[in-house]
Design a binder for this molecule. Structure first.
Ligand code: FVH
Length: 295
């Protein structure tokens, strides 16, 4: 039997860039760690750092109750765990997947006698084990299971629990990353605009970063409007005004020889909402246009 001061032993399946970073964090914190990887050399490298390398998934799973999985995708999770006995195991799946895949994987684990938490990693490998880097992992699934393992899960990165629904970690993960890609798309367009002129990108970048940072809190207003249902509440820049300004953006792109293909779809949605009568709103009404009607 373990004493309270002993660290929870962890089994980790998957030693890619992220899995290796997770492994090092648990080893550094003194957790007994059993590892498996499809390509064994990666496990052998970690054995030199104190991990117990296993040659088979069933052996790795059998070693500990807490089994963390960090593989490429949901299909590789299926491949990897197919032959393992999960009875009585606590499976924490940190593999990026869709919400539907997470929901199905939770049911799949339950059918095999395992408890299941899904996780979405909001960090890149160099942020793992570095608390000041601000990385964290979103978790969803049974709260008591999360609470039971919270201290161990908090070793590699911060933990943010988003509810009992096992799909919600993946949902939050993909939603946040989708917003990130929208930001990157806007930044790509902005850099393209300055590219043909004598503007130093390294002088432009701080302006861009500060502007995006200043605009980011606008999402709180959007959230309040969505919750309250009044999309005109607190509006400072009406949709009508913003649509009137869109030719300036498209003409500038044209003048600079830049394709409008990143901006144009969003402007088209703004015009549609204006045509529907949303001129006194700001951009929140566009969200409703994105929601497909149930079939
Ligand atoms: N790295 C990152 O920046 C992101 C940050 C946010 C979260 N993601 C997700 O984390 C999962 C793992 O990502 P990773 O960075 O470790 O990925 P790779 O370095 O490519 O390693 C992939 C591991 O998966 C193993 N693997 C692939 N296919 C299979 C399979 N069919 N059966 C068993 N294992 C498989 C692979 O094994 P090997 O190639 O070494 O033999 C690696 O261990 C991922 O969901 C990201 O979206 C990372």
């Amino acid at each position: 039997t373990r004493t309270d001061t002993e660290k929870t032993p962890v089994t980790l399946l998957g030693l890619g860039a992220m899995g290796t970073a997770l492994a090092r964090a648990w080893l550094t914190a003194g957790h007994p760690l059993t590892v498996w990887n499809r390509t064994p050399s990666r496990a052998h490298a970690l054995a030199a750092e104190g991990a117990r390398a296993t040659e088979s998934v069933p052996a790795a799973v059998a070693a500990n109750t807490l089994v963390v999985v960090c593989l490429l995708d949901d299909a590789s999770v299926e491949d990897t765990l197919a032959g393992a006995d999960l009875t009585g195991k606590d499976v924490v799946n940190l593999t990026t997947c869709t919400p539907a895949q997470a929901r199905a994987r939770a049911a799949w684990a339950a059918e095999r006698g395992a408890r299941y938490l899904d996780g979405g990693i909001m960090a890149v490998p160099p942020m793992i084990g570095v608390p000041e880097a601000g990385g964290y992992v979103l978790y969803s699934g049974a709260r008591d299971l999360f609470e039971q393992h919270r201290d161990t899960l908090a070793v590699p990165a911060g933990t943010t629990y988003v509810g009992e629904n096992p799909a919600h970690a993946a949902l939050h993960d993909v939603a946040l990353l989708s917003a990130m890609y929208g930001m990157f798309a806007g930044a790509a367009h902005a850099f393209a605009l300055i590219r043909r002129e004598d503007v130093d990108p390294t002088a432009f970048a701080p302006l861009l970063a500060d502007w995006l940072t200043a605009m980011a809190p606008a999402v709180h207003g959007t959230a309040e409007q969505l919750r309250g249902g009044d999309y005109t509440k607190g509006v400072t820049s009406t949709l009508a005004m913003q649509v009137a300004g869109t030719p300036t953006f498209l003409d500038t792109a044209d003048e600079q020889g830049v394709s409008p293909e990143l901006l144009a779809p969003f402007f088209a949605l703004m015009r549609r909402r204006l045509a529907e009568g949303g001129g006194e709103e700001d951009l929140t009404g566009v969200i409703d246009l994105l929601l497909r009607r149930p079939e």
